[in-house]
Design a protein around this ligand. Structure first.
Ligand code: NAD
Ligand code: LMR
Length: 460
C-alpha cells in the first residue's frame, strides 16, 4: 500500500511534471514576455520539489489556465486601446488638451522666431527655406550688428572636423558656421549648436546639400577624406582623397568662388594642385585664395624647439617651408625666433622629429587614425589668421602651401602675408645654412612629383 501510494505519488509527480513543462513551454513560446518567463520559472520550481508533488498538478492547471486567459484577452485589450486612440484626431486642434481653455493656438511672431531658431540646425538651409524662414540668411547676425564671417567646414563630422567645428563656434570672428559631411552632420550640428556662443550653426548632409552648404561662404575649410594608418604614406591616400577634393572644389567654384579655401586633406602636396586645376577649369582660380594648411608643422616645430630650448612654446616661432610630407617638411632652424643656435645633433633630432611628427601620432594611435586634436587646433589658428586678414588687420603672417615663385616649383610652403584678398604676399625663404640647403633640394625633388601627380589627375 505504502509502495503503491509512493508509486501513484511518483506517477502523479511525472504527470504533473509533464503537464507543468507543457504549460511552461506554451507560456514561454506563446507569450515570450516578462509575465511568461515568471510563470514558467515558478512552475518549473514546483515540479522540481517532490514534497510539493501534490500541489504541482493544481499549479500546472493554474499555469495552463492563466496562459489561455492571457492569450484570449490580450488581443481584445489591444483592440480596445487602439480604437480609443484612433477615435481621436490629434491633428485636429479642437481635440488637443488646451483647446477648451485657450481656444485655437496661434503662434505669436516671437514664438515663430523661436521655433525657427531652434529648428534652424535640424533643417539644412536651402534657397526656399531661406526665403520663407523668419530667421533667413539676411536676418542672421552674420549681416547684423556683430561683425562676422561665414565659414563652412567640409568633413565636419570627422576626427578633425568635430573639434574644428567646436573651436570655430567659439571664434568671435565667425557669425555663421556651416557643417557639411556625408555622414552624421545633423548630430554634430545639433550638438555644436547648443554652445552659447555667437555663431549660428547649420548642418548639411550629403552631396545634394553641398551647394546650400557653400552658398555665400567667406572661408571654406576642408578636412574631408581618409586618414593614414600605420605603414602608409600620405601619398597612399591620393586615390580616395583626390576625388573627394575634386568634387568639393567643383562645389566651391560654383557656389562661393570668392571664398578663401583652407585645404587640410592629404596629401596636401597634391590636393592643392588638384584644387587649383579645378578652379582653373571653372574659370574661378585666384591663387591668393587657395591655401594648403601646413600650420601643424609649425605648431609641432614651435613645441619641439621650445622643449629643447626650455622655453614657453608660445614665445617660439619656427618657419617651416616646402610641403607637408616627410622630407618636404623643412624647418628653418637657423631662423628661429627668439634667435638661438643648435648643435648638429640637436638640428638633426629636431628636423627629423618635425618631419615625422604625423607618423609619430599615426603610430601612437595604432590604426585609429592620424592627428585630429592638434590638427583642429592648428586649423583654427590658421583660419583665425585668414579671417583677421580678411577683416583688414595688418601684419598677419603665417606659413602655408601656396602658388609660389619662391622656387622653380609652382607650389611651395613659405611665409605668406594674409590680407583682405587672401595670401597677398609670398615671402622669400631668407638666408639658409648648408644643412637647410641640402634639405631644400631633397624637398623640391619629392614635391615636384607630388605636384605633377595632382595636376595630371585633373588634366588627364
Ligand atoms: P576622418 O576619417 O576622421 O574624417 C574625415 C571626414 O571626412 C569623415 O567624417 C568623412 O565622412 C568625411 N568625408 C569623406 N568623404 C567626404 C565627402 N565627399 N564630402 C564631405 N565629407 C567627406 O579623418 P580625419 O582624421 O579627420 O582626417 C581628414 C584628412 O585630414 C585626412 O586626409 C588626413 O590625412 C588629413 N590631415 C591633414 C593634416 C594636415 O596637416 N594638413 C593633419 C591631419 C590630418
Ligand atoms: C599630420 O601631419 O599629422 C597629418 O598630415 C596626418 C598624417 O597622416 O600624418
Amino acid at each position: 500500500m505504502k509502495k503503491r501510494d509512493k508509486n501513484s505519488q511518483l506517477e502523479m509527480l511525472e504527470g504533473a511534471k509533464s503537464m507543468g513543462v507543457r504549460a511552461a513551454t506554451s507560456v514561454s513560446a506563446g507569450a515570450a514576455v516578462g509575465i511568461g518567463n515568471v510563470l514558467s520559472s515558478s512552475i518549473h520550481s514546483v515540479v522540481q520539489n517532490s514534497s510539493l508533488a501534490k500541489q504541482s498538478f493544481g499549479y500546472a492547471i493554474l499555469g495552463f489556465a492563466l496562459t489561455k486567459a492571457i492569450a484570449l484577452f490580450a488581443p481584445i485589450m489591444a483592440f480596445l486601446i487602439s480604437s480609443v486612440f484612433r477615435s481621436k484626431d490629434w491633428s485636429d486642434p479642437s481635440q488637443q488638451p488646451n483647446y477648451r481653455a485657450h481656444g485655437p493656438w496661434k503662434p505669436s511672431a516671437e514664438a515663430n522666431q523661436r521655433i525657427a531658431r531652434i529648428s534652424a540646425h535640424l533643417h539644412p538651409s536651402n534657397v526656399q527655406m531661406e526665403e520663407s524662414s523668419i530667421l533667413g540668411r539676411t536676418n542672421c547676425r552674420a549681416k547684423g550688428g556683430a561683425p562676422g564671417f561665414k565659414v563652412a567646414i567640409l568633413g565636419a563630422a570627422g576626427g578633425i572636423g568635430q573639434p574644428l567645428a567646436m573651436l570655430m563656434k567659439m571664434n568671435p570672428l565667425v557669425s555663421v558656421l556651416h557643417l557639411y559631411d556625408v555622414v552624421n552632420a545633423p548630430g554634430v550640428t545639433a550638438d555644436i549648436s547648443h554652445m552659447d556662443t555667437g555663431a549660428v550653426v547649420r548642418g548639411f548632409l550629403g552631396q545634394p546639400q553641398l551647394e546650400s552648404a557653400l552658398a555665400g561662404m567667406d572661408l571654406v575649410i576642408i578636412p574631408a577624406g581618409v586618414p593614414r594608418k600605420p605603414g602608409m604614406t600620405r601619398d597612399d591616400l591620393f586615390n580616395i582623397n583626390a576625388g573627394i577634393v575634386k568634387t568639393l572644389c567643383e562645389g566651391i567654384a560654383k557656389c562661393c568662388p570668392n571664398a578663401i579655401v583652407n585645404l587640410i586633406s592629404n596629401p596636401v602636396n597634391s590636393t592643392v594642385p588638384i584644387a587649383a586645376e579645378v578652379f582653373k577649369k571653372a574659370g574661378t582660380y585666384d591663387p591668393k585664395r587657395l591655401l594648403g594648411v601646413t600650420m601643424l608643422d609649425v605648431v609641432r616645430a614651435n613645441t619641439f624647439v621650445a622643449e629643447v630650448l626650455g622655453l614657453d612654446p608660445r614665445e617660439v616661432d619656427v618657419p617651416v617651408v616646402g610641403g607637408h610630407s616627410g622630407v618636404t617638411i623643412l624647418p628653418l632652424l637657423s631662423q628661429v625666433k627668439p634667435p638661438c643656435s643648435f648643435t648638429p645633433e640637436e638640428t638633426e633630432y629636431l628636423t627629423k622629429r618635425i618631419q615625422d611628427g604625423g607618423t609619430e601620432v599615426v603610430q601612437a594611435k595604432a590604426g585609429a587614425g592620424s592627428a585630429t586634436l592638434s590638427m583642429a587646433y592648428a586649423a583654427v589658428k590658421f583660419a583665425d589668421t585668414c579671417l583677421r586678414g580678411l577683416r583688414g588687420d595688418a601684419g598677419i603672417v603665417e606659413c602655408a602651401f601656396v602658388a609660389s615663385q619662391v622656387t622653380e616649383l609652382p607650389f611651395f610652403a613659405s611665409k605668406v602675408r594674409l590680407g583682405r584678398t587672401g595670401a597677398e604676399e609670398v615671402y622669400q625663404l631668407g638666408p639658409m645654412n648648408e644643412y637647410e640647403r641640402v634639405g631644400l633640394e631633397k624637398a623640391k625633388n619629392e614635391l615636384a612629383e607630388s605636384i605633377q601627380k595632382g595636376i595630371s589627375f585633373i588634366k588627364k
